[in-house]
Write a new protein. Structure first.
Lengths: 190, 190
């Protein structure tokens, strides 16, 4: 029996990503977001939703660029911090002890310590209501060599990303492998 | 040192959701998707990206409604299956042994066996390229009573959702709690 919890923004699961931007004077900023996801294969695009008052909002509008950085578990404190304070008042990179490095592809900084970064140019933006959705075209994905497997592709167990539980405001690690996609369901094809 | 993997749709992590729809004749369909996420708080909205040839695409356009269902780990086979075959040819609910139940709020079926469902009416849609993004206004979130904690809110350890690793086409369980949001980063506020 299902119980109604009303109209709310609950989903399992939310990713935890950190959006890297420059302001008009070239000052780097980083903001944690959970409302993000891939949204198109061609062109390859990722969407991030932001409220207008956010410093990152203005930076994206002004620079037309951003990075999407994936923090590892060991940076859960830093990622949480980057979602708690505004870059209007604080040099968040410095306060978190993180290093901004300009992307070669776009006018936006990545977080050097994080293992995965998507370099994005602003492709489209949509006013949905209280949030605006910024759709970035992914120009490159860059990954730390230390998280690549023998086949040259990243390994979940080395990246160690984490997810956000919005119902309880908690972060969880990623657990064990439970199945291969396009394979686990084959026996049901009959 | 970061290594370039080129422009690709890599992100950590993708959710695994199942989109429930009816066709014009009221036949239920369910399709697994990983390119989905919350995108607005007011109105509360969730976005799902689909390619035009998908049966679910036409169903959403025709009914202006869909559900977003969260499968538990124990349904990984069923969820994988629902992403492998088309509802054009197959009664996917029947083939997977799952039960469609009409939502009270919208003209779309939920998957009765899955613990969480978001009832959505089509709010907006955006042509991005090869994919169209459907933005649904969440009219209700319904949750199995068995996954609610003593406080009436769902518990991650009872829902047991899972995530998709697109780099390796694998599903992973959710792991241990690693931090409280808006708390873990407080010590960096100085």
């Amino acid at each position: 029996m299902k119980q109604s919890l009303g109209a709310r923004t609950l989903l399992y699961t939310h990713p935890v990503v950190v959006i890297g931007t420059y302001d008009r004077d070239g000052r780097p900023n980083a903001m944690t977001a959970a409302w993000a996801g891939i949204c198109c294969s061609s062109p390859p695009c990722v969407a991030v939703s932001l409220q207008r008052p956010r410093h990152t909002y203005r930076n994206i509008v002004e620079t037309q660029a951003f990075t999407v950085n994936i923090p590892s578990e060991k940076y859960v404190r830093e990622a949480d911090f980057l979602g708690m304070v505004s870059g209007k008042d604080t040099d968040k990179f410095a306060a978190a002890g993180l290093t901004p490095v300009k992307s070669a592809e776009v006018n936006a900084p990545c977080v050097d310590e994080f293992p995965v970064v998507l370099d994005c140019r602003l492709f489209q933006s949509f006013e949905l209501g209280l949030h605006t959705q910024f759709v970035g075209e992914i120009l490159d994905v860059r990954v730390e060599e230390s998280v690549l497997g023998p086949d040259g592709m990243p390994e979940m167990g080395r990246i160690r990303p984490f997810i956000y539980d919005s119902a309880r405001q908690e972060y969880h690690a990623i657990g064990r492998l439970i199945g291969k996609a396009f394979s686990a369901g084959k026996e049901l094809k009959g």
